[in-house]
Design a protein around this ligand. Sequence first.
Ligand SMILES: [Zn+2]
Length: 223
Amino acid sequence: MIMRFLLCCGLATVALSTQAMTLYKSTDANGEVFFSDRHTPGAQAFVIQERRIERVKRPVRELPMPSYPQQAYRYPFPWRGGPFRLSQGPNGSFSHTDAKSRYAMDIAMPEGTSIIAARSGVVVKTENNQAGRGNDASGNFVRVRHDDGTEGVYLHLKQGSVSVRVGQRVGLGTPLALSGNTGNSSGPHLHFVVQRATEAGLVSIPYEFNQPVGTLPNFALGN
Ligand SMILES: [Zn+2]
């Protein structure tokens, strides 16, 4: 009986440590059952399969808010002239409330201010023909994909002022367009946002200018 127990333990060990093997069950003259990995006449074959491991399904948990590593790059001001001031900052209650624009900054400036690339990259999308509010809340814009995959987007530009084309490589300071007041804009300003493509679409990521920007209180209901 003890032998049989030990044999069973041995079998269990074999089953755990192999993917698949064949064992032969025989009964000796005394009626004792034994197992061997060699075939003997009259033995009964058992194929021991790899143990199947069922993955335990865990309850779906709500994903935590993604954390964004602090960007090493500090953006120079994407305009010439000034000084201009922030009219709505990150998480501004007027329009910086969704994933695409949460960390955008609005800088109030006169229409026709020269907008320049704040970081080098390749122009991947532009809009240049929108008059006034138009159909697109972004108005006219230039989208530049940086070498690290993030994208800088310059919005509400003046109709007909975009001076770069899709596929063009731009360097820091390359003129892109003139500022305007097109799309969903409550006054002449530049909306500058840095985004990253995710499975859920484009999301705005935090960024910082390389120098302080003053704020305009109570403009555009922003923060
Ligand atoms: Zn904005």
